[in-house]
Design a protein around this ligand. Structure first.
Ligand SMILES: C[S@@+](CC[C@H](N)C(=O)[O-])C[C@H]1O[C@@H](n2cnc3c(N)ncnc32)[C@H](O)[C@@H]1O
Length: 175
């Protein structure tokens, strides 16, 4: 499975990682989700490493909207048979106008590979998409976007998960 990421990053640099997230990263993402959450949006699900366990902890009424631009990952994600999962083959920040009142937005997209304007667009759209006190959970190899996150969100808590290669910074933001 790690090989898939390696193969994809050579074809599509926007994949932004040489391997999928470790189980420690997945656990940390899941710790930000409540079983009662009804709408989760995921930017850049990759092969579904977070999506699949997320479906296990959410209720029958919940929904996940996962947005993935990479065609091969999108094909893999299509194999997940769960009515609660809505897949969009596209880019974060371009489709949120149709998404309203999300409880949590999860993002592992490589903001470092985007222009400043694109980064701000995604963050601004995300803020609009979330319901009051909703959470934006960002994990990244750098804290480059933290000033922008602080511009839009009330609180931004930063921590480091070293049990991943390379380690990930977590930036958990509250609207
Ligand atoms: C670092 S990988 C993380 C994959 C997976 N979520 C994980 O934790 O292992 C980033 C993913 O974001 C996707 N991606 C890159 N740019 C994106 C964008 N603008 N909108 C949505 N997804 C994007 C990539 O195709 C890739 O699947």
């Amino acid at each position: 499975m790690a090989f898939t990421f390696l193969k994809e990053i050579f074809r599509d640099y926007k994949v932004g990682a040489i391997t999928k997230s470790s189980r420690f990263v997945v656990k940390k993402v899941l710790s930000e989700i409540k079983a009662s959450d009804k709408l989760i949006v995921e930017y850049g699900p990759g092969d579904g490493v977070v999506t699949k366990p997320l479906l296990k902890i959410l209720s029958k009424e919940a929904q996940i909207i996962s947005i993935e631009p990479n065609a091969n990952f999108y094909k893999k994600l299509k194999k997940i048979r769960d009515k609660r999962l809505i897949l969009i083959n596209g880019y974060a920040g371009k489709t949120e106008d149709e998404i309203k009142q999300a409880d949590v937005v999860i993002s592992s997209i490589p903001f470092t590979l985007m222009s400043k304007k694109e980064r701000e667009e995604v963050i601004k759209f995300t803020h609009k998409t979330l319901k009051p006190r909703g959470k934006f959970v960002v994990y990244q190899y750098s804290t480059l976007v933290s000033p922008l996150l602080k511009k839009y969100f009330k609180t931004v808590n930063i921590s480091l998960e070293i049990r991943n290669f390379p380690p990930y910074f977590f930036m958990v933001c509250t609207k």
